[in-house]
Design a protein around this ligand. Structure first.
Ligand code: ADP
Length: 490
């Protein structure tokens, strides 16, 4: 199967500025991580384009903020329809540049589109309050207003969903956007703005600038310094998130930061073992383990430990590794060599410190895609808190298992991290489920479920996993501020 597009014009080689497709002198190559094949050369934008994008966005914002919610919703609905009309091409683009299996890319398109639909609906529900007055002759009320120009910076693991869940609420709120997709996966985001253009977005409302990794900060520094950019919505590493928080202090921008995680997955003796294994398989191996809510530490109570490891290992051995061009592939390549090396280092470190390999534990040589950065799905046992994989996100198809004894120990282990994004608990004891749900320091806790993300619930973290929420009714608030209006002498 070759991943060709039915609409080749959705594969763009330009950046998108003021509803125009622009090239620049410098370019960088976007490659297929399964094969190393170059898919496109896209502009390596810099200061000039970054400033122009804010100029255009600011102009667009002045008009867009006055467009009534019903009409903002209508644009989002038209965009949503175009995404659905082109869903297969979008899925192929995701698989081509990101490497995930086609079935997962189709899932991501549906997931990303759900945010566009959701915020088309929420656009109409940005209610204010009427505050009961304490003196006659005065009336007090609040209205919600868009914050202004938003800078959106996204990672490569969900090339469509990350863009959609930032741009859709921004448009819904009445903001304009300057965006920079990850250097590994800019093509899906360019296709998305092409569809937004076709849906009738006004010039400058959304501007999508591509840059290489080397010049990401050149572009972002312009946005950080510009006081017209009132908000940054960022998904990516904690290190870059902290940098953005520091550098937006001089202009006091509003921030939404969805940063790294170190999700615990806790299985108690009383859990339904097969449900727990199912939940772990879906939570861990989606996108080859490259999501910020993938379980990064698996704690299994001693009484069920051996049976759990046996059942899990059996499932992991059956996973089919390969390129997205093979419809049977379940685990794609890691995004780049840097990512593959990190997984290798984490496994080597764990083994050196005494962990045992139950399955995998090595690079996977794919006959179908010899140039790809594949890693064999892996289960390790005897993992301890001192190992690198317990402290840092491995971001690969590796399950590190640690045995524990008591509930308090499990909570202490789960919370022994500066991060606090997602957590998973498997137990059939309802009291324990509530206890853990409240005791675990994370923005999201799943009990007896391996799937958390949905457009209808608030996605986000605490501690060094960041702040702000995406999706749900809270997602729109991130792009708005509250204005209090007081009317006296009535
Ligand atoms: P990852 O390690 O997953 O690539 P990063 O935080 O490095 O996560 O990257 C996420 C996004 O942040 C990407 O779009 C990347 O280009 C961008 N980025 C990297 N460095 C900077 C920076 N100094 N300023 C702004 N954005 C950056």
């Amino acid at each position: 199967m070759t991943l060709t597009l039915s609409r080749p014009d959705l594969l763009r080689h330009e950046s998108f500025l003021n509803n125009e497709w622009v090239r620049s002198g410098r370019t960088f190559a976007v490659t297929n991580p399964a094969t190393g094949e170059v898919l496109a050369d896209v502009p390596d934008c810099g200061e000039e384009e970054a400033r122009a994008a804010v100029d255009c966005a600011q102009r667009a914002y002045q008009a867009w903020r006055r467009v009534v919610a019903r009409d903002r919703a209508a644009l989002l609905r038209r965009w949503h329809q175009r995404i659905l009309d082109n869903q297969e091409d979008l899925a192929r683009l995701i698989s081509l540049e990101q490497g995930k299996p086609l079935a997962e890319s189709r899932g991501e398109v549906a997931y990303g589109a759900s945010y566009v639909e959701w915020f088309a609906e929420e656009a109409k529900r940005a209610y204010g309050d009427v505050i009961p007055q304490q003196h006659n002759g005065r009336r007090l009320l609040t209205v919600r207003e868009p914050v202004g120009v938003v800078a959106a910076i996204t990672p490569w693991n969900f090339p469509m969903a990350m863009i959609a869940r930032k741009i859709a609420p921004a448009i819904a709120a009445g903001c304009a956007v300057v965006a920079k997709p990850a250097e590994d996966t800019p093509l899906t985001s360019l296709a998305l703005v092409k569809l937004l253009q076709e849906a009738g977005a006004p010039a400058g409302l959304v501007n999508m600038l591509t840059t290489s990794r080397a010049r990401a900060s050149v572009l972002a520094d312009v946005w950080l310094a510009d006081s017209r950019v009132r908000k940054i919505s960022f998904t990516g590493s904690t290190a870059v998130g902290k940098h953005l928080a520091r550098e937006s202090a001089p202009t006091l921008k509003k921030l939404s930061l969805e940063l790294g995680g170190n999700a615990p997955f806790i299985v108690f003796d009383d859990a339904d073992l097969h449900a727990a294994v199912d939940g772990l398989m879906v939570a861990k191996f989606r996108n080859a383990g490259q999501t910020c809510i993938c379980p990064n530490r698996v704690y299994v109570q001693r009484g069920i430990h051996d049976a759990f490891v046996a059942a899990l290992s059996e499932r992991v051995r059956q996973l089919k590794v390969g390129p997205a061009s093979n419809a049977a592939s379940q685990i794609g390549p890691l995004i780049n060599l840097r990512a593959l090396e990190k997984v290798q280092e984490h496994v080597a470190d764990a083994v050196l410190q005494g962990a045992s390999i139950a399955v995998g534990g090595k690079v996977f040589e794919s006959q179908e895609a010899p140039g790809g950065h594949f890693y064999a799905p892996t289960v390790l046992t005897g993992v301890t808190a001192a190992m690198r994989m317990s402290c840092e996100e491995t971001f690969g198809p590796v399950v590190p298992v640690t045995a524990f004894d008591g509930e308090q120990e499990a909570v202490a282990l789960a919370n022994d991290t500066p991060y606090g994004l997602a957590a998973y608990v498997y137990t059939r004891d309802i009291g324990r489920a509530w206890e853990l749900g409240e005791a675990i320091e994370a923005g999201m806790v799943a009990v007896n479920d391996g799937v958390l993300s949905t457009e209808i619930a608030p996605f986000g973290g605490i501690k060094e996993s960041g702040y702000g929420r995406e999706g749900s009714r809270y997602g729109l608030e991130e792009y708005m501020h509250i204005k209090y209006l007081c009317h006296g002498n009535l």
